[in-house]
Write a protein that binds this ligand. Structure first.
Ligand code: NAI
Length: 249
């Protein structure tokens, strides 16, 4: 099987690329620009004994999508799997009354619009295959959970959650599994600035399992979905959130 993982330079995307490579997937690792981290991730995946290639491109640039998919397929052959992981947080956490159009547009352009059109471009060229074909999108617990201090991120993730359901409904009968993972608190660079605050809230019972998750744990879930190990399902949401979103009283 052959996967394109967006935003795979570091964090959750990197761990997903590792998990897929470890299970025999050839992996195209995308990120917005060339970097030592991106090259290291590609080298690490390649060392697992599969093909790995860096595919540089900004997913919010719709004109870049064709070249990204072409580059991935030129190196690996026809893709079977798209993992929509690339995402950005807000420019500044703060009052909803202060959200700027710039930060709103950035969140929506990357997390929602870019992801939608990359998924559309991937789906249009998806060919029949003996291998399981899938689209796995990393949204967030904020697809439904309200965080008033990052409203534009929440809106973008709610949108991409609907995107996943739409593609699940469109492609399900063609044998393409379309899934969404909603992570809660995963220890990455994105969450580093707020880790201490959330550690305290987690300790006080915000989540059922009282710890941050690891990128590797999300990687294992993405691999499970990409391998088609949840038969007769599509459109599912996996809440990788330690029970954060489970209503308790
Ligand atoms: P991260 O910031 O460590 O990694 C995100 C990667 O995406 C970076 O390598 C970045 O360069 C890349 N990227 C950003 N914009 C891009 C673009 N336009 N085109 C291509 N690549 C781009 O973040 P992390 O924590 O690994 O997050 C990965 C995904 O998981 C994101 O979609 C994020 O919203 C989501 N998520 C993360 C959670 C967490 O607790 N860390 C919780 C819920 C969701």
């Amino acid at each position: 099987m052959k996967a394109l993982v967006t935003g795979g330079r570091r964090g959750i995307g990197r761990a997903i690329a590792h998990a897929l490579g470890g299970a025999g997937f050839d992996v195209a690792v995308n990120d917005v620009e060339d970097s030592a981290e991106l090259r290291a991730t590609v080298a690490e995946v390649s060392a697992l004994g599969v093909k790995a290639v860096a595919v540089i491109g900004d997913i919010s640039d719709l004109d870049a999508h064709k070249a990204m998919l072409d580059a991935a397929e030129a190196a690996l052959g026809p893709l079977t799997t798209l993992v929509n992981n690339a995402g950005v947080s807000v420019q500044n956490r703060g009052d909803l009354l202060d959200v700027t159009a710039e930060s709103y547009d950035r969140c929506l352009n990357v997390n929602t619009r870019g992801t939608f059109f990359l998924t559309q471009a991937f789906a249009r060229r998806l060919r029949p295959s003996q291998a399981h074909r899938s689209i796995v999108t990393i949204s967030s617990a904020n697809a439904s959970g309200v965080s008033v201090n990052r409203g534009e991120y929440c809106i973008s993730k709610a949108g991409v959650s609907m995107m996943s359901k739409l593609f699940a409904a469109r492609l399900g009968n063609e044998g393409v599994g379309v899934y969404e993972i909603q992570p809660g608190f995963i220890e990455t660079d994105m969450t580093a600035p707020s880790k201490a605050r959330y550690d305290k809230l987690i300790d006080e019972g915000l989540t059922v399992i009282k710890r941050f998750g690891t990128p590797e744990e999300v990687g294992r879930i993405a691999l499970t979905l990409a391998q088609g190990l949840l038969p007769y399902t599509t459109g599912q949401i996996i809440q990788a959130d330690a029970g954060l979103m489970m209503v308790r009283y």
